[in-house]
Design a protein around this ligand. Structure first.
Ligand code: BTN
Length: 246
């Protein structure tokens, strides 16, 4: 059931008590939404990430999707980095030092604080982008299986935070960096490199090869050295296993 519709200067926030997934809801209702609109669910019952992974969710996480429209099809790979840079800048403002684990996670002290899922729907020459963000905000504890892998702003700062204010701060950053993206300015990609958790590290690809990460290129692809040769991967082409040499 819809709880509240909040009209901000440039966008609306449509808030539900409960949804299966804000990304799924947005995909199914694109024709009723306008660019920059945000759909938030206080609780998601079937939030998901890349590769059909499920996203653990309760009312202590901030879960939302933002609707963006673009014709910059060749640069869509930048969007998860754009979202991650927005999250990292807001976390920095809250006094939390965070790093980006390409392609779509934000980590604090090596533990995940935020997951990002960018989905796209192509219509003629325009792409509808569903930019989903799940951020651990007021979680005091995690279940045993997540304890070692997850953290929250509460766990970092020892304080509870107002979700709507946090959402407004994130929406402002996302809008700012998206306008940069639209104008062809890739300054935020340099921030993504500066804040990268992976550059300089060895990682194991899903199929078992150990590679050294050297860069994230301007299209958002991961640049690695594999068997002495440079190779690039998009987020949908590769999945990472272990991270060595932290
Ligand atoms: C990941 O960890 O792989 C990404 C998780 C992304 C979760 C967010 S929560 C809001 C939006 N709705 C979803 O179903 N997924 C994203």
């Amino acid at each position: 059931m819809m709880r509240v519709m909040i009209q901000m200067n440039n966008y609306n926030i449509i808030e539900f008590d409960r949804l299966d997934s804000t990304n799924k809801y947005m995909k199914e209702n694109l024709d009723r939404l306008s660019p920059f609109d945000i759909v938030r669910a206080v609780v998601q019952t079937s939030g998901y990430g890349r590769m059909q992974r499920s996203w653990y969710d309760n009312s202590d996480n901030l879960s939302f999707s933002m609707y963006l429209k673009t014709k910059k099809i060749s640069r869509l790979g930048q969007l998860p980095q754009l979202a991650a840079v927005s999250v990292v800048s807001v976390l920095n403002e809250y006094g939390v030092e965070a790093k980006i684990k390409w392609p779509n996670d934000v980590l604090v002290d090596g533990k995940k604080i935020c997951g990002i899922l960018v989905e796209t729907v192509l219509t003629k020459d325009t792409v509808s982008v569903i930019l989903g963000i799940g951020l651990n905000v007021n979680n005091q504890y995690f279940t045993d299986d997540l304890k070692q892998k997850a953290t929250s702003i509460y766990q970092q700062k020892g304080k509870l935070y107002d979700m709507r204010m946090l959402l407004n701060n994130l929406a402002t950053k996302l809008t700012f960096f998206f306008n940069q993206f639209e104008s062809g300015d890739a300054t935020f990609m340099q921030v993504a490199r500066d804040e990268s958790f992976l550059i300089g590290k060895e990682v194991m690809l899903y199929e078992g090869d150990v590679v050294r990460v050297t860069n994230i290129d301007d299209t958002g692809r991961l640049v690695v050295i594999k068997n002495g040769k440079e190779q690039t991967y998009s987020g949908s082409e590769v999945s990472l296993q272990n991270i060595y040499n932290s």
